[in-house]
Write a protein that binds this ligand. Structure first.
Ligand code: PEP
Ligand code: MG
Length: 324
């Protein structure tokens, strides 16, 4: 198995009929870096910046953050690294920044927190920009966007941070800025969001939770958390079409991207980047290298006519088994 992984590492993720797909990784810790490079990651689709924040007992300052981000950007350069601005609240609590709410998943989380605290956002973006000097492989991604004014406000703050660091003498390239599509409102406004962004990236973990109204961490309703629910698949298809209509790349960085069966469907839908945990990358790559885009599209057309997650999963499993 180790040998198979080795030989797979340097091969492109390409279907049997030559359709090329980018397989990127999700990271948070420095420890993820070696593992990702070992498995042939072509970029980082989601660097969860809250991870280093969680490991401390206070907000890291600008210099400290610059150092942390520089390590990530350097390790992957020249590959692109997508850094998500702080996504706390919901299930992610910083011990030194407590948020007490009855409905944390519907409350103060992600971009809502950082737009209410622009000083946190600005320090973070300044640190990312400074860290990217000379490497130019930074992409910035915004979590939990639910309306256009939030995106406009975040873009204005990023522009301000950029102007500041340039005035201070840093030579930085303006990074692509992308929007996470992880609430239903963003699915319905994907086209308008894409028009104001450089890329879209679906956060399927939260999108599934919010579409199905099922807490992603509640064991009691875990069987209702269906990543292959027909409504989830329709939403995923709509987002990629909306993004492409505005000529932006569309990625997915939720757990679903690391499921080989789902990856086949996402490839058929037209996703440009699948970003997953490094552990799943070789498996996904070997399945995608064994199928043609035409076969995947036929499979997608077939499952899109089915009405339950159970039927979709069963069909997917049978077809993939038939293909070996
Ligand atoms: C998601 O919601 O799918 C996602 C990638 O972000 P997180 O799991 O960190 O909320
Ligand atoms: Mg999320």
């Amino acid at each position: 198995l180790q040998k198979d992984l080795e030989t797979l590492k340097d091969k492109p993720c390409e279907t049997t009929d030559g359709h090329r797909l980018n397989l990127w990784v999700n990271t948070g810790l420095m420890a993820d870096v070696m593992r990702s490079l070992d498995r042939g990651a072509e970029g980082v689709g989601l660097y969860r910046t809250e991870v280093p924040f969680l490991l401390r007992d206070r907000f890291p300052g600008e210099e400290e953050q610059t150092k942390i981000y520089r390590e990530q950007l350097e390790a992957f350069a020249p590959r692109q690294v997508t850094m998500r601005t702080l996504d706390v609240g919901g299930d992610k609590a910083l011990p030194y920044f407590p948020i007490e709410e009855d409905n944390p998943f519907l409350g103060w989380r992600g971009i809502r927190v950082t737009l209410d605290h622009p000083e946190i956002f600005l320090v973070q973006v300044r640190a990312m920009l400074k860290a990217s000097e000379g490497l130019d492989n930074l992409r910035i991604m915004l979590p939990m966007i639910t309306n256009i004014p939030e995106l406009d406000a975040a873009n204005a703050l990023i522009l301000r941070a950029f102007n500041e660091v340039m005035e201070e003498g840093h030579r930085v390239v303006y990074p692509p800025v992308g929007v996470m599509v992880e609430v239903p409102a963003a699915v319905y406004q994907a086209k308008e969001l894409a028009a104001r962004a450089d890329f879209l990236s679906v956060g399927s973990n939260d999108l599934t939770q919010y579409l199905l109204a099922v807490d992603r961490n509640n064991a009691r309703v875990a069987d209702l958390y269906q990543s292959m629910h027909p409504a989830v698949l329709s939403a995923l298809q709509e987002v990629v079409e909306a993004g492409h209509a505005e000529n932006v790349d569309v990625s997915i960085c939720g757990e679903l991207a690391g499921d080989p069966g789902a990856a086949v469907l996402l490839m058929a839908m037209g996703y440009d980047v699948l970003s997953m945990s490094a552990t799943n990358l070789p498996k996904v790559k070997s399945v995608l290298r064994a199928i043609s885009k035409d076969q995947a599209c036929a499979l997608l057309a077939e499952v899109m006519c089915l009405h339950t997650a159970e039927a979709i999963e069963a069909t997917l499993n049978t077809r993939l088994q038939d293909m070996g």
